[in-house]
Structure formats: structure tokens, C-alpha cells
Design a protein. Sequence first.
Length: 111
Amino acid sequence: MKTKLLLSLLVVLLSYSASYASFPVKRTISTTNTEITTNNTEEVLTPVATTAGKDKWVGVALWFFLGWPFAAHRWYYKKPVGWNILFILTIGGLGIWAIVDLINILTDNFE
């Protein structure tokens, strides 16, 4: 019985550590610059940010109407799924986590 338990534990540990061993991914960042030439003056304009900031008042409205039961404001700001589910299960950390989220949304520190 002990050997089966030990071997099962060994298999779980090896499979867990092997799940992190994956092929390396090279991240490439491509930027496009627009050059405008007028009267022999070169101006280089940088592109607008790819993702515009989320609207603060939409986040506050989602927090107020759907934040406690569904963590809608956290889904809107694309927070990690696991933390959102934990937020739902703990009812916003018994309200403390939800109040902290509201303060961070209002002060633009939530992203």
C-alpha cells in the first residue's frame, strides 16, 4: 500500500514538473511608425496605443450593479480568471476586496 502511494505521489510530482517544461516562445514586438514629410521637415508619429484604457465609469457601474455576485468589473478589466472566481466565491473578500477594487478603479490604479 505504501509503495502504491509513494509511486502515485512520484508520478504526480513528475507530471506536475513536466508541465512547466515547454518549448521557448520568442516574443516579437512590431511597431509601425508613420513618417510625414512637409516642407523638408520630417515628423515621426508613433501609433496610438493598441489597447485604449478602459472607461472608469463603466467599471464603477459594473462594480455597483454586478460586482458583488459576478465580479463583472474584474472581467471587464481582464483580471486573471482564478482571482475572479476567488472573488466570487468569497463574496468579494467579505466586502473588503470589493471596496479596495472600487478605490483602485476611482483612482485609476486598477489596470
